[in-house]
Design a binder for this molecule. Structure first.
Ligand code: 5GP
Ligand code: ZN
Length: 114
């Protein structure tokens, strides 16, 4: 998609700090981290958010979760715990309209979601 920051990162047109890559998924460090570990996991296919999922493209969600597992293992936070979050829509805080999951950890995240 034209003018999509994450599509540009996927195409290598904008630099990123890559953490993980598979056939269908790319993960890179968030430019503005909120925790010691803050990785963005994105499908290589341009999907806007959960509202844009269909039976045909939803298979990538399994790849995203497997990526989260591998990244957490690689960064040594599997056992201490981590959070996987996606914001769907501007009312939920979505600012980049290419589906992405925030993998956050590396510190005690507490029990409250908000
Ligand atoms: P959202 O608010 O849409 O859920 O999350 C978008 C995230 O993308 C934010 O945490 C923001 O810091 C991150 N972000 C925005 N632009 C870039 C960029 O060019 N590179 C990287 N690595 N992260 C970005
Ligand atoms: Zn995109």
């Amino acid at each position: 998609m034209e003018n999509c920051i994450f599509c540009k990162i996927i195409k290598g047109e904008i630099p990123s700090s890559k953490v993980y890559e598979s056939e269908k998924v790319l993960a890179f460090n968030d430019i503005n981290p909120v925790a010691p570990v803050h990785v963005l996991i994105v499908p290589k296919e341009h999907i806007v958010n959960i509202n844009d999922l269909t039976q045909d493209n939803a298979g990538v969600l399994a790849d995203i979760h497997l990526a989260a597992k591998e990244i957490a293992k690689k960064l040594g936070i599997s056992d201490q715990g981590f959070r996987l979050i996606t914001n769907c829509g501007s009312g939920a805080g979505q600012t980049v309209f290419h589906l992405h999951y925030h993998l956050i950890g590396g510190k005690d995240l507490g029990s409250k979601l908000l």
